[in-house]
Design a protein around this ligand. Structure first.
Ligand code: AMP
Length: 419
């Protein structure tokens, strides 16, 4: 039997209920914040990600799904949402009307080692805001994120925040890091030795070396921020305080790419026994990316969260999501003879916005009632010979099991009142 690829999953049943719930809440929230939806392709030219995500990141150097299409072009399945949106903003000149606030949701692909909370195809949702350089917008997006987690009912979340400064601040920090790590290179892993050459900031991000001695007294970026970066960071924190959003400053939190600037943040699920893949959302400011990708100089800030990890967090906190998938009415023709009447009744109810299903196959009565239960029907509308003759329907409340007779002309009113 052919099986699904490693690191993927089939979404159905309860997963879909939770996924749709999360998506609906995020969609509503983005509407409230006046953020519009954008949809970009699931594959793009490989060059986009090499540039837009960065050659030195694990995502690009080790994890992309690359393929040649039939026209011999190098293509990549999208590993994240930002690069494609930046391309779209430039290509469609969306930067003409700034600020521009966009949200997205969809599948991403990374060739990672699968484990709980880490998949090769997973879903992210996120927001990107272009053309607003203010610390207020950074704080605003963090507040949106926190509101989202609160609204879906998660309690155990922890916001970590840091500033990696502007380009100038980072130059002097980079020098300090090189000086600090040089005598310890033999203690660091192979990846960190490569990072030392290309991008020493990312050594701070290393999961393998994080507990080593030389990680404990690393210079802190806050000590290297110039006046404008310092002010930006202080203001972000001030606005978070104003909005009563709790956070911790984490000096080791970095996004080791040149176009990231100032604010970076992550949200962790702070739930007992949640497991190592506990980062449920992350974001930051990237004032240099649009220009770096060939567009005008437009500041930007955004975040993304992983939907599967949020579903895992809902499960870990035992948060129930109400399944409103049940139908309003199940129409039950007693025999073949009542099929036509039942069909038109179902159509009539659907036209009046009721969720309706019916038995099309003329099963046994027992099987029909069982099917109504499986669909979680609130009412069963029984159509027999008598019912059609008199145009009076038998309606069974599937919870209380009570039966009433309702004239067909009064059916809509009856359902309206009782559902
Ligand atoms: P990143 O784009 O790496 O900053 O990731 C943003 C968010 O996406 C993370 O905080 C996770 O919630 C989620 N995420 C990243 N990689 C995966 C993965 N392989 N499987 C599931 N979720 C992921």
């Amino acid at each position: 039997m052919i099986q699904k690829p490693k690191g993927t999953y089939d979404g159905y049943g309860e997963f879909i209920t939770k996924y749709e719930y999360i998506k609906r809440i995020f969609n509503d929230l983005c509407n409230e914040y006046n953020i519009n939806y954008i949809d970009t392709p699931i594959f793009e030219s490989s060059e986009l990600y090499h540039r837009g995500v960065g050659e030195t990141t694990d995502i690009v150097s080790k994890e992309t799904y690359d393929f040649k299409d039939r026209g011999d072009r190098d293509m990549t399945l999208r590993p994240e949402g930002t690069a494609g949106i930046v391309r779209s903003v430039i290509e469609n000149k969306l930067y003409i009307n700034l600020p521009l606030k966009l949200w997205y949701e969809g599948p991403m692909f990374r060739y990672e080692r699968p484990q709980s909370g880490r998949y090769r195809q997973f879903r992210q949702a996120g927001v990107e805001v272009f053309g607003d350089p203010t610390p207020l917008m950074d704080a605003n997006l963090i507040s949106l994120m926190v509101k989202f987690y609160q609204r879906i009912g998660l309690k155990g979340i922890k916001v970590r925040i840091n500033s990696i400064g502007n380009k100038e601040s980072r130059e002097s920090y980079r020098d300090a890091l090189l000086k600090h790590f040089k005598p310890h290179l033999k203690d660091l892993c192979e990846d960190c030795n490569n990072r030392f050459e290309k991008n020493p900031l990312r050594i701070l991000d290393c999961k393998v070396d994080s507990n080593k001695e030389c990680m404990k007294n690393v210079p802190k970026i806050v000590d290297y921020l110039d006046e404008s970066s310092k002010k930006h960071f202080e203001d972000v924190l001030k606005y978070l305080d104003l909005m009563e959003i709790e956070y911790v400053i984490d000096n080791n939190l970095v996004r080791g790419l040149d176009y990231y600037t100032d604010t970076v943040f992550e949200v962790e699920a702070n739930i007992e026994g949640f497991g190592s893949q506990n980062v449920i959302g992350a974001g930051g400011r990237y004032n240099n990316l649009v220009e770096y990708m060939g567009g005008p100089s437009v500041p930007a800030v955004g975040f993304a969260f992983g939907i599967e990890r949020i579903i895992n967090a809902l499960e870990a906190e035992d948060i129930k999501v109400i399944d409103d998938k049940g139908i309003d009415a199940y129409i039950l023709p007693v025999s073949e003879n009542e099929m036509d009447y039942s069909l038109t009744l179902a159509s009539f109810l659907r036209d009046n916005a009721f969720k309706v299903d019916m038995d099309y196959t003329n099963k046994t009565m027992k099987a029909k009632f069982k099917e109504a239960d499986r669909y979680n029907a609130k009412f069963i509308v029984i159509i027999g010979e008598e019912e059609i003759k008199k145009d009076i329907l038998t309606i069974k409340d599937n919870l209380t099991k009570e039966e009433v007779k309702v004239e067909r002309d009064n059916l809509l009113d009856y359902l309206d009142i009782n559902i």
